[in-house]
Design a protein around this ligand. Structure first.
Ligand code: GLU
Length: 503
């Protein structure tokens, strides 16, 4: 049987380095064992999935030199490869499980579910749903359906015993069934949950090995039960160690740069990011740290995949990047790579209107525009805090602006303009005298420069986000307590009581 592996990203956010990391191990596995690597888009979460995020997943993976053999954009023998185009398949399979007596219709209302969760929490139970519709008689089910009561389809999870499986990286895993809820498979709107769609697709797409991040480990017992309930043989499961952020927790965009585009725009080489990401989950013999993807594919041995999470250490990435510049780009090709990065016609033509009337001589160009080309901004609290503001206030304002830009789903200059006015209102501070100077400093590292909002559009969402986060960190960060207060204030659209606006 030939190897078939897949990645199944959800297009719900910016392309995450974690997606590239998992994609790389799937790609390496497929190429080493002469199998196929599939890209499937899991867009069943209708409220969060966006076509533009799907496009950026393609663009980001291609920039990383990760190419797939089958996928929504190139087709293949087991398509469609986008879950929103396969809803009928999932519905059919959910009903098949009903017929097999392995699933049931549950008519619980939102209020009922809330009540059940409260009761369970009080009793210290891990399972929130009390299975009250699991044993309805066929007549009762029919009567409720005739009365037009909405329902979901749930999986019948065993009440006792444990699920035992062999993870090819982690070894034997056992988890008690009693800790697992009767999982919803089909929602009342007819859309599948992740679990149903994922298992049905992996089976129909003939996936032999599921290589995914550790965070999915807790879903695996449900998936194994689904395979068994359909009468199918499960694939081999391999759960990769997580990428960890500075705080030792799963790498998250709230605390770390995570978008692949951030690394591209900050001048990292794709071959360096790839080398670094594989290094996070794998160790070459003799501790070799610099290698090419082809080398790794040739020498790959799944036994050398790590077990525990690895720190996403930017210093290390910088080191790998420098090695790659020295080893793989000859002097006479370096300028070409820089041109490809940002010193090109396309980028410069966008930049020129911003500086046209702002330079007396060409020699002022670099100084005026340095922040477009620098990623390691040297912020100081003095720079970031306009007169009569405190570091606490400024960091809360920047954090609130990050949230607002995410809410608006618009990180362009236009979005920032709106967010800046919102911040001025909600914090009760002067827009021109307080908010604008803060933003100039956090974006450009100086108090004056080209037009702020146009500059942010050109700088891009990922760099802007990281710059704001770094500015907050320079100001000493935001304590958990203050963060909670800030959240409350922001939701109430009034943050004035949060911290004194002057000191
Ligand atoms: N849709 C899941 C994700 O976003 C897929 C997890 C899996 O590989 O099963 O990563």
């Amino acid at each position: 049987m030939s190897v078939r592996v897949r990645i199944a990203p959800s297009p719900t956010g910016d392309p995450h380095v974690g997606t590239a990391y998992i994609a790389l191990f799937n790609l390496i596995f497929a190429r080493h064992f002469k199998g196929k690597f599939i890209l499937r888009i899991e867009d069943t979460d209708q409220s969060r999935s966006r076509p533009e995020y799907e496009k950026s997943i393609f663009e980001a993976l291609r920039w990383c030199q990760i190419h797939w053999d089958e996928g929504p954009d190139i087709g293949g023998p087991y398509g469609p490869y986008r879950q929103s185009e396969r809803t009928e398949i999932y519905r059919k399979h959910a009903y098949e499980l009903l017929e097999r007596g392995r699933a049931y219709k549950c008519f619980a209302t939102a209020e009922e579910l809330m009540e059940m969760r409260e009761v369970a929490a009080k009793q210290g139970k891990r399972v929130g749903y009390d299975r009250r519709y699991r044993h309805l008689s066929p007549d009762e089910v029919r009567a409720r359906e005739r009365a037009g009561q909405p329902f979901v389809i749930r999986l019948k999870v065993p009440l006792t015993g444990e699920c035992v499986f062999e993870d090819q990286i982690k070894g034997r895993i056992a988890s008690p069934w009693a800790d697992i809820d009767d999982q919803v498979l089909l929602k009342s709107d007819g859309f599948p949950t992740y679990h149903l769609a994922n298992v049905v697709d992996d089976f129909l797409m003939k996936i032999t090995h599921v290589i995914r991040g550790d965070e999915w480990m807790s879903s695996t017992p449900k998936h194994i039960l689904l395979y068994e309930s359909f009468g199918w043989t499960p694939p081999v499961f391999m759960h990769m160690p997580l990428l960890l952020g500075k705080e030792g927790k799963k790498l998250s965009k709230r605390k770390n740069p995570t978008s692949i585009f951030y690394f591209r725009d900050s001048g990292y080489l794709p071959e360096a990011l790839v080398n670094f990401l594989t290094l996070m989950g794998y160790s070459m013999p003799a501790e070799k740290e610099i290698y090419t993807l082809d080398e790794l594919i040739r020498e790959f041995d799944p036994k050398r995949i790590g077990i525990s999470g690895a720190f996403f250490d930017i210093q290390k990435l910088n080191w790998v990047n420098q090695k790659k510049i020295i080893d793989s780009i000859p002097e006479d090709k370096l300028w070409k790579r820089l041109v490809d990065w940002k010193f090109n016609e396309t980028f410069m033509c966008k930049l020129m209107p911003l500086i046209h009337t702002r330079i007396k001589t060409f020699s002022e160009f670099m100084q005026l525009c340095d922040f477009f080309f620098i990623s390691d901004m040297k912020f100081t609290p003095e720079l970031l805090c306009p007169k009569q503001t405190s570091p606490e206030l400024v960091s809360c304002i920047l954090q609130a602006i990050i949230w607002n830009l995410d809410e608006l789903e618009d990180w362009s200059g236009k979005g920032l303009e709106q967010a800046s006015h919102n911040a001025s209102e909600r914090f009760g501070v002067h827009h021109k005298k307080v908010i604008i100077p803060i933003l100039f400093s956090a974006v450009m590292g100086k108090s004056m420069g080209p037009p702020l909002f146009d500059s942010v559009t050109l700088l891009g969402k990922d760099t802007t986000r990281v710059r704001f986060m770094n500015a907050i960190e320079t100001l000493g960060g935001i304590s958990n307590k203050r963060m909670d207060l800030l959240k409350k204030g922001w939701e109430k659209k009034d943050c004035r009581e949060l911290i004194p606006t002057t000191h």
